[in-house]
Design a protein around this ligand. Structure first.
Ligand code: ZN
Length: 282
C-alpha cells in the first residue's frame, strides 16, 4: 500500500494512493505536532484504516505533503556509500555515523525549498532511501530488524555545506527549514522485496547528478536499525535516512551549488519522485 498525507479542500488527510487516484480517509486534527500517518502507524491500524472503501479523488486534485509531519525523530546516516566517502575526502566510519534532522525540516515532495538570502553559498542535495519504523524497536538484532520496518520512502537530505563544516558538528547545516523533502508517499514494506537493490538517483535541472544503488551501502537497513536500537529506542513513524551515493554538489569538479530557480529531483526505484524547486528568499 502507498500511504500519503494530502491537502484536499483545505484539510489535511491521511490517504491511500493507487495509481492516479487518492483515497483520503482520516482527517488530521490541526494541532501542534499532529500527524495522522504517524498515529496510524503507532496504532498498528494504518493499512486497515486506510484500506477502507471510500470515494477516490484524482491525484492531480490534491497537494501531496510530507507523508509524515512529526516523527519523534529523523535519524540520518552519513558517509554510508564508499564512492560518496571518496568524493568528500572524509574517512570511512567504523560504525554507522548518525546525526539528526528534526521535524521542522520536513517538506512536501513538490514544495519549494526556500532559503533566506545570505544564509548559505553552498546549497547541496543528497538523494536517499528513507526507512519508516513500524514498531517500537529496542536492541533488536539485524536478523529481526525487517519486522520493525513499516515501509520506505524517498528523502532529500538537503545540506548547506558551508554551515555544515564551519560548525563543530552538522546540526545547523543539515537543519534549515525545508531541508528534508520527503515522500511522495510511504510504500509499505511488503511491496519492497529487497531494500538493498534499489536505484537511487538525483537530477538538477534535468541533468543526472547521482545514479547509485542501495546495493552499495556500507551499513544496510537491517544493520543500521540494529545498531541504532542498541542506543536509542526507535518509535513508530521514526524516519531513518540511510545515506547518499556519490554525485553530490560538493564532490563534483567543479563543485556545483544549488541556486534560486534550480529544480532538484530525487528518486528511489519504485518508491516515487521528489521534485523540489529552490527559492532564495529576500
Ligand atoms: Zn545524507
Amino acid at each position: 500500500m502507498k500511504i500519503a498525507r494530502v491537502r484536499y479542500e483545505g484539510r489535511v488527510l491521511a490517504a491511500r494512493v493507487a495509481g492516479d487516484t487518492v483515497f483520503p480517509v482520516v482527517v488530521e486534527e490541526p494541532r501542534h505536532m499532529s500527524d495522522a500517518v504517524r498515529d496510524l502507524i503507532a496504532d498498528g491500524t494504518a493499512e486497515e484504516v486506510l484500506g477502507a472503501g471510500v470515494p477516490g479523488v484524482p491525484l492531480a486534485d490534491v497537494e501531496l505533503l510530507s507523508p509524515l509531519a512529526a516523527p519523534q525523530k529523523i535519524v540520518c546516516i552519513g558517509l554510508n556509500y564508499a564512492d560518496h566517502i571518496r568524493e568528500t575526502g572524509l574517512r570511512t566510519p567504523q560504525s554507522p555515523l548518525a546525526f539528526v534532522k528534526t521535524a521542522h525540516c520536513l517538506t512536501g515532495p513538490a514544495a519549494e525549498v526556500r532559503v533566506p538570502r545570505g544564509t548559505t553559498e553552498q546549497l547541496d542535495w543528497e538523494a536517499e532511501l528513507a526507512v519508516v519504523v513500524g514498531r517500537t524497536a529496542r536492541n533488536v538484532s539485524a536478523a529481526d530488524a525487517a519486522a520493525y520496518v513499516f515501509g520506505y520512502t524517498v528523502a532529500n537530505d538537503v545540506s548547506a555545506r558551508d554551515a555544515q563544516f564551519s560548525d563543530g558538528q552538522w546540526f545547523r547545516g543539515k537543519n534549515f527549514d525545508g531541508f528534508c523533502p520527503l515522500g511522495p508517499w510511504i510504500t509499505t514494506a511488503a511491496e519492497v522485496p529487497d531494500p538493498q537493490d534499489l536505484a537511487v538517483r538525483a537530477r538538477v535541472n534535468g541533468r543526472t547528478v547521482q545514479d547509485g544503488s542501495t546495493k552499495e551501502m556500507i551499513f544496510g537497513v537491517a544493520e543500521v536499525i540494529a545498531y541504532l536500537s542498541r542506543y536509542m529506542t526507535l518509535y513508530p513513524g521514526d524516519v531513518i535516512a540511510t545515506g547518499t551515493p556519490h554525485g553530490v554538489g560538493m564532490g563534483r569538479d567543479p563543485q556545483l551549488w544549488l541556486a534560486d530557480g534550480d529544480v532538484v529531483e530525487v528518486e528511489v526505484e519504485g518508491l516515487g519522485l521528489l521534485r523540489n524547486p529552490v527559492r532564495v528568499t529576500g
